[in-house]
Design a protein around this ligand. Structure first.
Ligand SMILES: Nc1nc2c(ncn2[C@@H]2O[C@H](COP(=O)(O)OP(=O)(O)OP(=O)(O)O)[C@@H](O)[C@H]2O)c(=O)[nH]1
Ligand SMILES: [Mg+2]
Length: 195
């Protein structure tokens, strides 16, 4: 069982990406369960995800990396026991610290093969976020196994390169990939990275 945690600020595109990944894995015959701690604009809730045919659990309001840590852990255990998926994708809120979520996953699950954090950065709001919350952004990305620059359909190649360079300077060891979770651009490359 592989666990993917989508880490990124409010509105960066985590839910959009979650839906794309879920459909990609399901099409490839992998049983995928979704765990969302949603506070989002798109408002995809557990019921919607279930209606789309996914095994989905929606966690109540609150943050799964702090006040809801116990709820997260029991949800993970229930998913493993009742659904036994190949893949679990977890979307914390945009204010959560994904490395804390990862620690909780480790404590909760004895049979997970690997847990990865996918960092999601928003090309459109990048400069603004760095201006206002640089430290928080760095903390959110610090545990990421790789960083996605999302919404690349909205930016020029030069802009994308600038952001890539900035992220590379802060995290030289992390692979960086630009994608559009909306149009599906480079999702094939992401899939390769996730294997
Ligand atoms: N153009 C474009 N818009 C995108 C892309 N990904 C997400 N969006 C839009 O950005 C907005 C926020 O996307 P969400 O997927 O809800 O972002 P989120 O990270 O789940 O948001 P929170 O759960 O509130 O933190 C929505 O209006 C999406 O349609 C993208 O690749 N390109
Ligand atoms: Mg969301």
């Amino acid at each position: 069982m592989y666990v993917y945690i989508l880490g990124g600020f409010l509105g960066s595109g985590k839910t959009t990406l979650l839906m794309k990944l879920a459909s990609m894995y399901t099409k490839r015959g992998l049983k995928t369960a979704l765990l969302v701690n949603e506070s989002g604009e798109i408002g995809v809730d557990g019921a919607t995800l279930k209606a789309e045919g996914y095994d989905a659990i929606e966690l109540p309001d609150g943050c799964i990396c702090c006040s809801l840590s116990g709820t997260l852990q029991s949800a993970l255990k229930n998913i493993a026991r009742d659904i036994d998926p190949d893949i679990i994708i977890v979307e914390p809120t945009g204010l959560a610290l994904p490395h804390k979520v990862k620690e909780l996953v480790h404590y909760a699950m004895i049979d997970e093969e690997a847990t990865y954090i996918i960092g999601v950065a928003d090309v459109q709001r990048f400069e603004d976020l760095i201006k206002k919350k640089e430290q928080f952004f760095k903390m959110q990305m610090s545990g990421a196994d790789f960083v996605l620059i999302n919404k690349c359909d909205l930016a020029t190649p030069e802009k994308i390169e600038q952001i890539k360079a900035w992220i590379h300077e802060s995290f030289p060891e992390k692979p960086i990939q630009e994608i559009s979770a909306k149009t599906g651009e480079n999702m094939d490359k992401l899939y390769e990275m996730m294997k």
